[in-house]
Design a protein around this ligand. Structure first.
Ligand code: ASP
Length: 332
């Protein structure tokens, strides 16, 4: 309720800023889900609350005139390095066999992209994805091959699961004797950081990194390392990323769909809503099935939408730093 008092509706976009019609937002202010404005400068946005710290790191790059590509890598590395984060990076939850397998990807304004999946014991999957993009002729490496490449490139290693996570896993295992039952579809047991940025040159890039669905089957990949599902960037149009149940996002090539809808003239918010509606139309049972999209267009307008309530994202522009609640199709 308290938050509601601080919400305000902003429907004006870039033009509003340019004409001075929009007052700069105050740091930490919570704004309404119909936000479609942006600033006349760099923009960075990322999924969930952990996006605040990640955005700050990305902003350091953008504010100094750095590239969106450097910003989206530096930003999500903060989340990957946070050992208290149970859904991204080295502090992530394991699969049902006790392995923490990490997925990440990155894409830039020239449609270059790199992706890594099923990576174990390496500190920064997003940087491995970038190295794959920049140093190999491939887009995607997975598993042992990806790890060998990362080691060859000098990436740091870490033993996972970290002790705290191992303890949680042991408890889960003792309470879930039937380990080979289907992994539970439950929005509480997965998250991702997806980040999108627009730099001062007008270029877009994005990144996405996760430990995926906790207690997933060994070998499972979600949407996050899949270009077009967890992330897509087309510098002529816009960029989008996803969080939520990867299997549902892959089914509609989610982030690509959002970008293509923006190409057809839909706003970032409309494009995210239409992609979510498509997911809904393809699933008979939506129990526990949360999926959320974030998007930015070439002009810096941003938008989001989710199946259920509860999704929010961190946004930073010249005039605003804070969380934005996403509009949604239905309530839990
Ligand atoms: N999309 C991720 C996955 O399916 C999880 C999430 O973002 O919640 O692995």
């Amino acid at each position: 309720m308290e938050n509601n008092k601080r919400r305000r509706f902003l429907k004006l976009g870039l033009t509003g800023f340019a004409l001075g019609l929009i007052k700069p937002l105050k740091a930490g202010e919570i704004i309404s889900s119909s936000f479609e404005g942006a600033s006349n400068g760099p923009v960075v946005l990322s999924t969930w609350n952990h996006g605040l710290a990640a955005n700050s790191a990305a902003w350091e790059v953008l504010n100094k005139g750095g590239s969106a590509l450097d910003a989206v890598e530096k930003g999500v590395r903060v989340t990957e390095a946070d050992i208290t984060n149970r859904s991204v990076g080295i502090g992530g939850m394991p699969d049902r066999d006790g392995h923490v397998t990490l997925d990440a990807c990155i894409m830039d304004h020239e449609s270059r992209c790199g992706s890594v999946g099923f990576l174990e014991g390496i500190n920064h999957p997003v940087s491995v994805a970038r190295a794959i993009m920049e140093k190999t002729q491939h887009v995607m490496l997975v598993g042992e091959g990806a790890k060998a490449f990362a080691l060859e490139q000098g990436f740091g290693t870490i033993k996972t699961p970290i002790p705290e996570v191992k303890a949680e896993y042991k408890k889960w295992k003792s309470e879930n004797k039937n380990l080979f039952k289907k992994p539970e579809i439950n929005n509480e047991n997965h998250d991702t950081i997806g980040m999108l940025a627009l730099d001062q040159f007008g270029n877009l890039s994005g990144s996405c990194t996760t430990s995926g669905w906790a207690y997933k089957m060994h070998g499972r990949l979600g949407d996050s390392p899949i270009i077009g599902a967890g992330l897509f960037v087309d510098n002529e149009v816009g960029a989008a990323c996803a969080t939520g149940l990867g299997e549902a996002i892959i089914r509609i090539a989610g982030s690509h769909t959002v970008v293509e809808l923006m190409r057809q003239g839909y706003s970032p918010s409309e494009a995210c809503r239409m992609a979510v509606e498509r997911i809904i139309s393809k699933h008979k049972d939506l129990t526990g099935l949360q999926c959320c999209f974030l998007a930015i267009d070439k002009n810096g307008r941003v938008g989001s939408y989710s199946v259920y309530n509860g999704f929010n994202y961190a946004l930073k522009t010249n005039g605003f730093e804070g969380m934005v609640d996403a509009p949604f199709n239905r309530k839990w």
